[in-house]
Design a protein around this ligand. Structure first.
Ligand code: PHE
Length: 358
């Protein structure tokens, strides 16, 4: 039986040393194959007398089972290893560009919207949308701009033929009508931003008949001007990537906010250049104010209980400033060379952690 024990050890050693499935198969044949060592011994049982055969049979069977189990175990190990090796070999680096040499780019306006959404999203704002074709009431009257109000002239409105619900149809001149729709759609609190297209009959290096704005609206029972300031200062610093960017609030007028302000950021134009940050100059970038109680009442919101702030800014303008794009008209010329130059890689999704564009 010593012989059997040492045979078992040798066979098991061959099994565990098998480096691949081929070698394991050879070890299996050497033990259990038709001419294998155990098979041969089994054949020898027939020549033994009954008592010896019984003992030897039990021992041999046990050894055979042990060897078979060892083979199965090693096989499973090798198969796992093969899978691991294959996984390693066929590994796909998901951080590589999807298509090297890809030619599609994200338009700077889309990029800017994504950046603005990332910043305000972090502050708990949600994104709302509204129709491009509005009626007079939503675009003007509900925002405290009654007919004959001088602000109507400043908007260079595109009026459309026909009426909607007895109101003149217009291409919205700002995103502010979505404030009205949001307040009508649900009770406060509100905290939303509205990126979208807007239209005014105007065309030069800094005006396009179609352009984009982002509106912001916060309404609840406790929001005050300090929150407005904190929120917008934070936004400007995050968007332009300048931690100590000077931000100034200058009194202004909008019919739908009271009090109202325009926001300037610090810049310098020394030496013929232009840089955003500490400097001797200011640049206006957005309008804001506390929502006029009349606007709240127009939407059925109790102005003795609720208050809030709103702001609006031109997306082309902030994109031009951040990315050094000199002429607004080029945004909409669909010139591929321009897009290749100013566009963004499609997989660079802006985020406060990953970066907001450079
Ligand atoms: N709607 C204003 C505009 O188009 C911007 C604005 C929005 C100002 C909200 C104050 C509050 O100029």
């Amino acid at each position: 039986m010593d012989d059997l024990a040492s045979l078992g050890l040798r066979l098991k050693a061959a099994i565990s040393e098998a480096a691949d499935l081929d070698q394991l198969e050879k070890a299996r044949l050497a033990a259990l194959g038709r001419k294998g060592r155990i098979t041969e011994l089994m054949k020898g049982l027939g020549a033994m007398d009954a008592a010896a055969r019984k003992d030897a049979g039990v021992t041999l069977n046990a050894l055979k089972n042990e060897i078979a189990a060892a083979i199965e175990a090693r096989k499973a190990e090798l198969e796992d290893g093969t899978l691991d090796a294959r996984l390693l070999d066929e590994r796909v680096d998901v951080t590589l560009p999807a298509r090297p040499g890809q030619c599609g780019h994200i338009h700077p306006i889309s990029q800017t919207v994504d950046e603005v959404v990332a910043i305000f999203g972090e502050m708990g704002f949600t994104v709302a949308e509204g129709p491009d074709i509005e009626d007079d009431w939503y675009n003007f009257t509900a925002l405290n701009i009654p007919p004959e109000h001088p602000a109507r002239q400043e908007h260079d409105t595109f009026y459309l033929p026909g009426e909607r619900d007895g109101q003149r149809a217009v291409l919205r001149t700002h995103t502010s009508p979505v404030q009205i729709r949001a307040m009508q759609a649900g009770a406060p609190p509100h905290r939303l931003i509205v990126p979208g297209r807007t239209y005014r009959c105007d065309y030069d290096a800094t005006h396009s008949p179609m352009f984009h704005q982002v509106e912001g609206l916060v309404v609840d029972e406790t929001t005050h001007f300090g929150h407005l300031k904190g929120c917008l200062i934070e936004f400007c610093r995050a968007f332009f990537g300048v931690d100590d960017l000077p931000v100034r609030f200058r009194p202004s007028y909008f019919p739908f906010t009271e009090p109202s302000a325009e926001v300037d950021i610090g810049c310098t134009r020394q030496g013929g250049g232009f840089r955003i940050g500490h400097g001797d100059d200011w640049l206006e970038i957005l309008g804001c104010g506390m929502v006029n109680p009349k606007v709240l009442e127009n939407c059925g919101v109790d102005s003795t209980r609720y208050q809030g702030f709103a702001f609006g800014m031109g997306l082309e303008r902030i994109a031009m400033l951040k990315y050094g794009i000199p002429d607004l008209r080029t945004f909409f010329e669909s010139d591929l060379r321009w897009l290749r130059h100013y566009g963004f890689a499609s997989l660079d999704v802006p985020s406060l952690v990953g970066g907001l564009g450079s």
